[in-house]
Design a protein. Structure first.
Length: 116
């Protein structure tokens, strides 16, 4: 099965995306959170969602506002990244990882499934 990373704010913070993550996890896919947030701030909302979805702390990556593309390494074996930020998607794709743009995209769910 595939490893899929999700941005948090504007993406995994949404209830419809959370429901989708529960469904793809049932299919055996591994889910990571890769966020531009800083780790030294209160992230209780992020941790609450991660706990509810069964995403372990070691699968959460805080990019400290440096850009997600710097944290998506070959070792993580990410098949796809979902994000609401167009620039982050462009940068992630520039390193060879496919991205799904969540902002104003009614077909995001099917697009993710098609790319897996």
């Amino acid at each position: 099965m595939a490893t899929i990373s999700f941005d948090f704010d504007g993406t995994l913070s949404r209830s419809d995306v959370q429901q989708f993550v529960l469904e793809i996890k049932k299919l055996g896919h591994r889910v990571l959170i890769i966020t531009n947030r800083k780790s030294n701030k209160s992230n209780s909302d992020l941790y609450a969602v991660a706990d509810r979805l069964g995403i372990k702390r070691h699968n959460i990556f805080f990019c400290e506002m440096l850009g997600k593309h710097r944290f998506i390494t070959p070792g993580l074996q990410i098949a796809l990244h979902a994000d609401d930020d167009w620039l982050d998607c462009d940068l992630v794709e520039s390193i060879g990882t496919p991205a799904v743009r969540m902002f104003d995209n009614p077909d995001w769910c099917q697009e993710i499934l098609d790319k897996l």
